[in-house]
Design a protein. Structure first.
Length: 332
């Protein structure tokens, strides 16, 4: 009789798990289908806008004028596109955030702080250390890594083409770059969380349990090569992308990772709750998009928190820390 009872229980459990799996598949199918339709509509709309509203050949003409002005000097063009433009985007965006971190103003930014009471204001000694490290990583690691990349791109014989890629093709490339970065970053990030490597390499990055935008590339040199730079560079090298696409992608990647680390959940920007939670808990949310975290179950704790409820684009002006506050503790 006991054996039948156990078998009955196992059958019920298996049936329940089967139902959950089927429900998950149905939800995933619905989300994927809806997302695909929305993405297709967006691509078609934006493509039409780019081709018809922006005077057609404006970007092509501008590129040709710039190319002629530089007299076709490919190395200089590559440095300007792959180094200067992304660096200006990084420091321009983080410069605004640093004003808020240091002065606590404007309140339009600081009222959206995720970890309340942290970096208010930011510790000046830690900040100086972070700035020196970031500059060192950029000038002595990121920029030198562009040298072999330049010769790989020349081998493709497309990077400095006088004909710009179409906007539709750039969107395709952008999708591929994002997937490549997600895969490489997730697994290299988990690798440096291994106890042997964490103590000697990744612990530096996690000195900031409440990160700021600048901390996005505050890392040990080895980590900066393997986990920060290569995942972003690999996509364009695989695709043999145009220098304009590379400049846009590098700038997007640097600003996006700065948003993920900035510590503020600002209106209309991508949610930084996912990676901010990683800095808070260390063993959750290793990826960029969260897809591999879901597949590997490394976001289970995150999904049970208020931070997960706040993990969305803020469309209003009320901070999500107010509209979705943390559950009060018993002591409170």
């Amino acid at each position: 009789c006991q054996g039948r009872t156990q078998q009955h229980v196992l059958t019920l459990v298996a049936f329940s798990q089967g139902e959950k799996l089927w429900d998950a598949l149905k939800i995933s199918s619905y989300v994927f289908s809806a997302g695909l339709l929305m993405f297709t509509a967006l691509v078609n709309s934006v493509s039409w806008f780019m081709q018809n509203i922006t005077l057609g050949n404006f970007w092509q003409t501008t590129w040709l004028e710039f190319y002629d002005y530089m007299e076709g000097d490919e190395w200089t063009i590559f440095l300007l596109g792959a180094a200067l433009v992304p660096t200006l985007a990084f420091w321009g965006f983080n410069g605004i955030l640093l004003v808020a971190d240091i002065t606590g103003k404007p309140t339009f930014i600081t009222r959206y702080r995720i970890q309340l009471g942290k970096n208010d204001p930011v510790d000046s000694k830690k900040l100086r250390k972070a700035i020196y490290t970031v500059l060192g990583n950029q000038f002595f690691i990121s920029f030198p890594m562009l040298v072999p990349m330049f010769y790989i791109m020349k081998w493709w014989d497309n990077t400095f083409s006088k004909e710009l890629p179409t906007f539709q093709w750039f969107l395709v490339e952008l999708s591929i770059f994002t997937v490549v970065e997600e895969i490489l970053f997730y697994y290299t990030h988990r690798l440096v969380h291994h106890p042997v490597l964490y103590k000697h390499i990744h612990k530096k990055h996690h000195e900031w349990t409440a990160p700021i935008g600048l901390v996005s590339i505050y890392a040990h040199p080895i980590e900066h090569i393997v986990s920060n730079t290569l995942p972003v560079m690999t996509g364009p090298m695989i695709m043999g992308s145009h220098i304009v696409s590379i400049a846009a992608w590098f700038s997007i990647a640097l600003v996006t990772t700065s948003i993920s680390h900035c510590g503020y959940h600002l209106p209309l920007l991508p949610s930084p709750e996912f990676h901010d939670f990683h800095h808070l808990k260390f063993n959750q949310c290793y990826g960029v998009l969260g897809v591999l975290d879901f597949l590997h179950g490394t976001d289970k704790v995150f999904r049970q928190t208020k931070a997960f409820e706040r993990h969305k684009v803020l469309l209003g002006l009320t901070p999500l820390s107010e509209s979705i506050p943390d559950t009060p503790t018993k002591a409170e």
